[in-house]
Design a protein around this ligand. Sequence first.
Ligand SMILES: [Zn+2]
Length: 104
Amino acid sequence: MPTVITASPTSGSGIEENGIVPKSERDTQHDRVLQMLDEAEAVCSTTFLAEYIPRAGARIWDLRQEGYVIETRRCRQHKHRTRQIEYRLLARPGQPRQTEMALT
Ligand SMILES: [Zn+2]
């Protein structure tokens, strides 16, 4: 009786077994930053740090280049001893900017 090898050979196609193409760290952080902005009213820079995204500022810049409207302002969530910035997602690409959102 011949031995049938059921293990699939490594194809070397660059695609993982689950069909997901591995993303670069930059893309992963980009998506994570966007998700966090989407879920919260505002996201503090220290919150990004806590989520291991030290380059959040660069990712915010990338998102702005893509057409996202993101406001930066002094953090109002925490009582920092130093000046910290928080980010707010105001509008997505192709979406009219909501200028009437006065939350001051
Ligand atoms: Zn804060």
